[in-house]
Design a protein around this ligand. Structure first.
Ligand code: ARG
Length: 470
């Protein structure tokens, strides 16, 4: 039996007492970090290839390691691989199995390496591929929202500030606000990726190693290169084994993704309530009530809103994990994995379900328009109209306030007041005032860059379609 496979102690003959079962369970991470197995094997193969190129191990040893790892891959994929709690983590499990399969060559793999630089490398490799998937999911969600926007450039709903009717906006414009958020999220993920994609391996336990390693070669093999192909290697061994900034940055970027889906969720929930009735979410994405037969509940957005707390919690967990750790590696760092894994799972599932759910939403333009008409949403337009006729804006604002007060007392919209009545508030008002008092007139007037005028919205849609290649 090889040394790593014994029940007593995985690392050395120094220990005279076996580890207690309680401690084994407390310190073991294999049942969650086995998820890193592909990255672990990739990192080991790149390390072994370099060891052979540097003549630190023989070509035969490399061939044996490659053969053993190929077998391990098959076994893990088929479920035949036996993960052992006694072997603490993914790294020791795979290494022990390799040694069982190929003998001494397996024991030589750990030359010039420590689990400290190994785990930091594995987490980075794993996170890099997850970031790539997340960027794709963000693009898919943006595309869904752009297509909804395209169908609704001219759909009018009340825009709110303080959740009070403010000014009419285009529903397409409203959707594009979220496209901007998710576009920034994708940008942030790409930026975090640059700092994730750096190689700690070769730092060994903390101080570097006496073997003539070629770290840049390993970086290139693992694709840890910048956009010009230059290898990206962590330049300080103490920092390399202990740095988890990249995980914190990722959790922060992920928190923003969740915060954006949570804001959208809140709007969907409000819009779907009977008092608004602006939308209906497809039946496949709503749930019924076990007691109230009439109910359709927006469980998916509610859960997304709830899960935001969980991801933000992981960010707090990771930040707190790092606070107060002396250089270099400490076992505390093993606690980075579960929050990271759960963050990745949560945002991937949320983004996926949001793309599908948003495509299922039915829009009710009449209800939106009715609501926009209720709240004197064109009052600013009347003030702007009078300002353009020469009245200072502050005076126009005051005059319109009086007109709104009068209209409220009559129970009618501004556009329902007669020209004569309007003239009593300001003599310069002419018949053309009614163009700007309509919701459509108000919408079309807001044609500044980034404004809600349908012409602007169409321009933005074209930009997004080109950017997203849809
Ligand atoms: N399972 C460990 C982790 O996740 C691997 C590194 C262990 N290193 C050590 N010196 N005990 O951090």
């Amino acid at each position: 039996m090889n040394q790593l496979d014994t029940k007593s102690q995985a690392w050395s003959a120094l220990f005279s007492e076996p580890m207690s079962d309680l401690v084994k369970r407390y310190t073991s991470s294999v049942f969650f970090d086995k998820r890193l197995w592909q990255a672990d094997i990739a990192g080991s193969l790149a390390h072994a290839e370099m060891l052979a190129a540097q003549k630190i191990i023989s070509k035969d040893d490399l061939a044996s390691i490659e053969r053993g790892m190929a077998q391990i891959k098959v076994d893990i994929e088929s479920g035949a691989f036996e993960w052992k709690l006694d072997l603490e983590d993914v790294h020791l499990n795979i290494e022990a199995r390799l040694t069982t399969l190929v003998g001494d060559a397996g024991k030589r793999l750990h030359t010039g390496r420590s689990r400290n630089d190994q785990v930091a490398t594995d987490v980075r490799l794993w996170l890099r591929s997850e970031i790539d998937l997340i960027v794709d999911l963000l693009a898919a969600l943006q595309a869904t929202l752009v297509l909804i926007a395209e169908k609704n450039t001219d759909t009018i709903l009340p825009g709110f500030t303080h959740l009070q009717v403010a000014q009419p906006v285009s529903f397409g414009h409203h959707m594009l606000a979220y496209v901007e958020m998710f576009a920034r999220d994708a940008e942030r993920m790409q930026d975090v990726r640059k700092r994730v994609n750096r190689l700690p391996l070769g730092s060994a336990a903390l101080a570097g190693t006496s073997y003539p390693l070629d770290r840049e070669r390993v970086a290139k093999t693992l694709g840890m290169v910048d956009e010009r192909g230059a290898p990206q290697v962590c330049q300080n061994s103490l920092d390399a084994v202990s740095d988890r900034d990249f995980a914190i940055e990722f959790a922060a970027a992920a928190s923003l993704v969740m915060i954006h889906t949570s804001r959208l969720s809140e709007e969907l929930i409000i819009w779907m309530s009977q008092n608004f009735g602006f939308i209906q979410i497809g039946d496949a994405f709503t749930t019924g009530s076990s007691i109230m037969p009439q109910k359709k509940n927006p469980d998916v957005p509610e859960l997304a809103r709830g899960k935001t707390g969980r991801v933000v919690g992981h960010l707090m967990g990771l930040i707190t994990l790092m606070k107060g750790q002396p250089l270099a590696y400490n076992k505390d760092n093993q606690e980075d994995k579960e929050p990271l894994f759960d963050t990745v799972d949560t945002i991937k599932e949320t983004l996926r379900i949001f793309s599908e759910m948003m495509a299922s939403v039915t829009i009710k333009p009449e209800a939106m328009e009715r609501a926009a008409l209720k709240g004197y949403a064109t009052a600013t337009d009347l003030a702007d109209y009078m300002t353009k006729k020469g009245l200072p804006f502050r005076d126009a604002h005051e005059t319109v306030a009086k007109a709104v007060k009068y209209a409220i007392a009559q129970g009618v919209d501004l556009s329902a007041l007669s020209l004569e009545t309007l003239k009593t508030f300001n003599a310069h008002i002419e018949a053309d005032v009614f163009d700007c008092l309509s919701l459509r007139g108000s919408l079309e007037a807001r044609s500044t860059l980034g404004g809600t005028a349908p012409a602007q919205v169409r321009m933005q849609i074209a930009r997004h379609k080109e950017r997203l290649k849809i």
